[in-house]
Ligand binder design. Sequence first.
Ligand SMILES: Cc1cc2nc3c(=O)[nH]c(=O)nc-3n(C[C@H](O)[C@H](O)[C@H](O)COP(=O)(O)OP(=O)(O)OC[C@H]3O[C@@H](n4cnc5c(N)ncnc54)[C@H](O)[C@@H]3O)c2cc1C
Length: 431
Amino acid sequence: MKIHGWGNYSAINAQVLKPKKINDVQSLITNNDKIIARGLGRSYGDSANNSIVIDTTNLNKIIKFDKVKGLITCESGVSINEINKIIIPNGWFMPVTPGSSYITIGGAVASDVHGKNHHLEGTFSNHILFVDLMLSDGEIITISSTLNSELFQATCGGMGLTGIIISVTFRLKSINSNMIKQTTIKTNSLEELFQKYEENTLSPYSVAWIDLKKRKTINSLLFLGEHVQEGKLFSSNKKQKYIPTKFFSMFLNKYFINLFNNIYYSKNFKKKDIKNIILEDYFYPLDSLVNWNFLYGKKGFIQYQFVIPKLNGVKIINKILDIVNEYNQIPFLAVLKILGPENKNYLSFPMEGYTLALDFKVSKNLLKLISILDNVIISNGGRIYLTKDTIMNKEIFRQCYPQWEKFEVIRDRYKAIGKFSSQQSVRLGLK
Ligand SMILES: Cc1cc2nc3c(=O)[nH]c(=O)nc-3n(C[C@H](O)[C@H](O)[C@H](O)COP(=O)(O)OP(=O)(O)OC[C@H]3O[C@@H](n4cnc5c(N)ncnc54)[C@H](O)[C@@H]3O)c2cc1C
C-alpha cells in the first residue's frame, strides 16, 4: 500500500506488516532486513517510510497503571489519546505532550517529543523510567537513563533506527481538573512577542500563533496556560470531524489565509484575555478535524521546524522571514515556542532558544527556499527538527546533530545497522 507522512509529501509503496503480539514482531524482525517501525504516521516527512514497515498500532495494551503513584506502563502502539481517556479521570496527565494526541508512545520516544512546557519540563524522555526495546536479533532489552544508558540516549530521538520500542514506563503529572486557565496576550511585533515570552518564562505552558501575512506588522497571540487547581476530572471525548478537503483546498491560497488570519486575530480582540478552557482544546487544537492535512491539495505540504539560540533571536527570525518573503512563500501556519536546555540524547531536537514551525504548501520554489533557510539556521547555531523533515541533506544533518557519529557507533554496537532503516535515514547518510 501507499504510505506517507502527515505532510502527504514523498509517498512510497510499502509492505505494511501489522503484528498482533510481541512474538510476531520477533519473527518479522528476524525474517526481514531494512525495516522501520511506524506508529500513527504523524511525523510530517519520511521517517516512518520504508519498503517494509512494522505498524505497531495493534500493540495497544496499557500494561499497568498505578493510580496512586502516577506511573504507567504501556505497549508502544498505544496513542496519547487512549492514554488520556484513562488517566485524566484519575487525576493524571501526560508529563509532556505534543500538539496532537493521535501519536503513539513509540513515536513519542523515537522523536523525543517536546510540548508547550519544554522550558520547564524538558522532553518526553525526561519522564521515562524504562523502555523495552527489541534489537535486531529479536532479543528484548530494558534501557533507561542508567541502564544501557548509551542505547537509551540513541533510542530517544533516534527515529526508530536502534530497534522496535515494545513498551514504555513513564511518570505522569498530577492534575486536579481537566481545565486550563488560558491567558491570551496579543502582540504587534516580534520584539514585543519575545519580550512577553521572557516575562512569562515561569508560565507552565506557552505557545504563540503568528500571523505572517504582513511583513511589517507581525501580529501574534501568545497563549499561556496553567492547570486549574479545582474542578471536574473527565476526558472530553470530542468526536472528530471530516472536512471536504477537495473543496477547501481550491481556496487555500494567500487571499484565503489573509482572510482567515484577519478573522482569527480580530476574534481575540482584547490585548489580554483570561478564560478557562477544556484541556484538550488547549493542547490539541487541530485534533477535532481528522483530515486537515489534506487541505493543502495533491502535492501536500512541508512543516519546516527549526530552533535558534535566544541571542539575536529576533534578528535571525526577521532574516528568515525576509527570505521567505523574497520567495513569495507565505506560511499557512506559524507557531513559535520557547525551549529550555538540551538533553544528552544524540539526536534530540530541542536546545535552549526559540523554535518556529512554518507550514508551506509544496510548490516549485519551496525546496530551493528551504535549502537557503537550512544554511541560515546552521550558520546561526540552530537546528532543524527530524520528525518534521522531508528534504534535509546529509551535510546539513551532520551540522545540526554533531553527535551523529556517536549515534552510529551505538547502532553498530547493537547490530542495528542494516536492519533498521528508513527513507529519511538513507537520505541523511546514516548506514
Ligand atoms: C498536529 C501535530 C502536532 C504536533 N506537535 C508536535 C509538538 O508539539 N512537539 C513535537 O515534538 N512533535 C509534534 N508533532 C510530531 C509528532 O509528535 C511526532 O512526529 C511523533 O513521532 C508522531 O508519532 P507517530 O506515532 O505518529 O509516529 P510515526 O510518525 O509513525 O513515526 C515517527 C518516528 O517514530 C518511529 N517509531 C514509531 N513507533 C516506533 C516504535 N514502536 N519503535 C521504534 N520507533 C518507532 C518511526 O520509525 C519514525 O521514525 C506533531 C505532529 C502533528 C501531526
